[in-house]
Ligand binder design. Sequence first.
Ligand SMILES: [Zn+2]
Length: 222
Amino acid sequence: MSSIPDSSRAKILFVDDDAAMREVMALILSEEGFDVVTAGDGVEALAELRRGLPDLIISDLHMPRMSGIEFLSVVRRRFPSLPAIAVSGAYDLSQSYAAGVMADAFYPKGQSNPDELIRTIRQLMYKPLKRPTNYHPCQPPRVQTARTGLDSRGVASLLLTCTDCLRAFSVANVSGSDEGELHTQCPSCSARVQFICEVVPGAPLTEVVAAASPGMQLGRVA
Ligand SMILES: [Zn+2]
């Protein structure tokens, strides 16, 4: 067990698309007294963050749907003070990566030196991070105002930025909420994104898009 008194409560999110790796690391880390949750890629990891923030994130870099590089940069932008360790077998960044940019430490997968990893975890969790952690987090507002623009096919549509994965997307379907706000689902990470459209609040998407598109007749005026 750990010599750090509070480490039994410290929670680590371990992200890797390799199920065997997740199993082994969950075992190693929980034996060290950490509370471990795992995710199979960046999208699953974002869903895990919606359930609650960990004290530290360890993430593989090469993963489907959302790579660790994107996931860690989203984490760095949304939660600047959350310590992160990048793990990879595909890249060897140990000599060349810039500390603090994407992650606070790098652990090469093939190295198989859990003691060193545990040391790094404790150092990052219990000592001040050697980088600024107080800059303003990138956090889109809880309820956004949809922007109008052209989607990839050149069709007028409503554009939003996902509050979870920070990817921009055009609205494909929309429904109203009790408060009169509209909401839709991020096509990348399935997060629910609430928004308002100043043109025709509460109208069906076809009318909203029609209203947003210059030169088109309004289907209905609210
Ligand atoms: Zn998203």
